[in-house]
Write a protein that binds this ligand. Structure first.
Ligand SMILES: NC(=O)c1ccc[n+]([C@@H]2O[C@H](COP(=O)([O-])OP(=O)(O)OC[C@H]3O[C@@H](n4cnc5c(N)ncnc54)[C@H](O)[C@@H]3O)[C@@H](O)[C@H]2O)c1
Length: 373
């Protein structure tokens, strides 16, 4: 019971939990069947660390969304193509199949997920499956299933097989009563979307499993993520991706949020690098399980201004979607990410001007020509 004692000591020393009078060292019921047996003396709570000589074996769930393919590319560069398995319930396009292993995995199928972890000797799991804010409000029962039941499956399997587990969180965990400028890690969290509620649940469950079972759970609250070569999957910050496609194709864009709606945003490369960095960070450097990360914060009007520096004729109009606007109005304008910067050296590379240049270049617009004109 050495490790349990150690965990208890660490948790108590951090002041994060009170010394429990009834600390029970049992794994989740599902992991042990109906047995009430105790964790064996030699059980290991240390998830696999990464090194080039002994790389982790990685599974990404929900990997065919906006972020998963980029994450797989980054991880494959570092750990080798065969060590990173992308999975989803969607049919993969050919280019995905050309770049490494892909497998069908439904996070609602507990047994199948368990089999994948065992058969592929998975040691790190990036759990990306989710219904995002707007998609979740459009189908609350499905969002509840995928975001909550799916998470429970992942938590139990990760605990049983001593995986290192990353689950992304979001600015949607904040609500109208949270501090908005900036939002710290620890504050009132009363979100008004099923997405936000499910992600608060995820943060708390992950932290609980860490203290209770020693699960190596790590989590970052992503701002709205802006990517060039992948489509967003139904979030409130999607406008900041679509604006570039429309600006280069049609010279104009109709925005579904008000001109003055300020939200935190980040370029995808910074987001994925942060994800790998926090997974790689030595356990002793992490003072918390869920960190804010931040890069820039802008309104649709400020983004349009920056686009106009390259495309002076660009026009933006506003046709506000009340559902998305209400969601955006309940979210913070900025995140305080000083803990991530202090604990594991997080820093972003891309600010608004570089972001706009990169996005316009990707969509075929030569920004060098525009700037010299
Ligand atoms: N994109 C952002 O701006 C952003 C911001 C904050 C947090 N996040 C988080 O990052 C993660 C990835 O986001 P994304 O933008 O790539 O999402 P996305 O909506 O683009 O992709 C989610 C993927 O989950 C898959 N999925 C749905 N149901 C599933 C099931 N039952 N089993 C397995 N897969 C299933 C979908 O097919 C989809 O490919 C999510 O957890 C999201 O909450 C994203």
């Amino acid at each position: 019971m050495q490790i349990i004692r150690m965990l208890r000591h660490v948790a108590v020393a951090r002041g994060a939990v009170q010394a429990p009078s009834c600390w029970m060292s049992v794994l989740p019921v599902r992991c042990l069947g109906n047995s009430s047996s105790q964790i064996p003396e030699n059980a290991s709570f240390h998830s696999a660390t990464s090194s080039e000589a002994d790389p982790p074996r990685i599974l990404i769930t929900g990997g065919l969304g906006q972020l998963g393919v980029g994450l797989a590319n980054l991880l494959r560069k570092r750990f080798g193509e065969e060590n990173v398995i992308l999975s989803d319930i969607k049919k993969p396009p050919n280019y995905v199949l050309r770049h490494g292993p892909f497998i069908y995995a439904d996070v609602l199928d507990y047994k199948q997920l368990r089999e994948i972890v065992v058969n592929h000797r998975i040691t790190w799991l990036f759990h990306y499956s989710a219904l995002l804010s707007a998609a979740g409000e459009a189908n609350v029962p499905l969002a509840r299933e995928v975001n909550i039941t799916g998470l429970h499956h992942v938590l139990d399997i990760a605990t049983e097989y001593h995986l290192r587990l990353f689950v992304p969180s979001t600015i949607a965990v904040f609500g109208p009563t949270s501090p908005r400028n900036p939002a710290p890690e620890l504050c009132t969290q009363r979100p008004r979307t099923i997405y936000g509620v499910s992600k608060v649940h995820m943060e708390l469950m992950g932290e609980y499993y860490y203290y209770r079972y020693g699960l190596d759970f790590r989590c970052l609250r992503y701002p709205g993520i802006i990517s060039a070569d992948s489509e967003p999957g139904g979030g409130t910050t999607d406008y900041a991706v679509h604006i570039f496609q429309e600006a280069t194709r049609r010279g104009k864009f109709e925005c579904n949020l008000k001109a003055s709606t300020r939200l935190p945003m980040m370029y995808i490369n910074d987001c994925l690098r942060a994800t790998l960095e926090v997974m790689d960070a030595p356990a002793e450097s992490l003072s918390m399980r869920t960190y804010n990360i931040s890069a820039m914060s802008f309104t649709p009007e400020e983004l349009a201004q920056e686009v106009r520096r390259h495309l002076p004729e660009f026009q933006i109009t506003y046709h506000v979607d009340p559902m998305r606007q209400a969601i955006a109005d309940s979210w913070p304008m900025n995140l305080d990410d000083s803990n991530a910067r202090k604990d594991w050296g997080w820093r972003h590379d891309i600010d608004l001007p570089e972001l706009v240049t990169k996005m316009l270049n990707f969509h075929g617009f030569d920004t060098r020509v525009a700037q010299t004109n």
